[in-house]
Design a protein around this ligand. Structure first.
Ligand code: IDP
Ligand code: MG
Length: 160
């Protein structure tokens, strides 16, 4: 069996999900999958952090609207941990355009929009590491034993 790599990834619960009361439903998806929550906090995003976080979109005509949307309520930032978790969380998230996202994915089940697509999820291992640092201070990421892990992974995966 190929060994997995223990990774952390960033999820932001976006203002549309906060307004629609979807935080619990979204969080359940990650919990049910067997992922480990190692950081969570509610925070208001300022212009500077949004410019950094969406640097790849800063020149797009929709950027001002996106920034306004992302500041319309606080967001909830979460850091999830698991084997190969960056890729796993992207799959659970679904593609950007909610109304075309696969049924069963979070965006596929909860979103009809391109911009109001309920969550952000890191798209690569390198970006995940940078994004976790961007949204969490060192002391806000927690290490603990998750007893359930013996039923989530095989023994050889856990010891990889
Ligand atoms: P991703 O969230 O699926 O990784 P990105 O291309 O990185 O997609 O875009 C980041 C966010 O910017 C999207 O989740 C969405 O909220 C917003 N966005 C992306 N493309 C558009 C667009 O064409 N119009 C409006 N908003 C967009
Ligand atoms: Mg992205």
């Amino acid at each position: 069996m190929p060994k997995g790599v223990l990774e952390q990834t960033l999820v932001l619960v976006k203002p549309d999900a906060i307004q629609r009361g979807l935080f619990g439903a979204i969080t359940s998806r990650f919990e049910q999958k067997g992922l480990k929550l190692v950081g969570v906090k509610m925070m208001a995003l300022d212009e500077a952090v949004l410019r950094e976080h969406y640097a790849h979109l800063a020149d797009k005509p929709f950027f001002p609207g996106l920034a306004k949307f992302m500041q319309s309520t606080p967001v909830i930032a979460m850091c999830w941990e698991g084997l190969d978790v960056v890729n796993t969380v992207r799959k659970i998230t679904g593609i950007t355009k909610g109304r075309e996202a696969e049924a069963g994915s979070i965006r596929g089940d909860f979103s009809m929009s391109v911009s109001c697509n309920v969550i952000h999820a890191s798209d690569s291992v390198a970006n995940a590491a940078a994004e976790v640092k961007r949204f969490f201070k060192g002391g806000e990421i927690h290490g603990y034993d998750k007893s359930e892990y013996v039923n989530v992974y095989a023994e050889d995966e856990l010891n990889a």
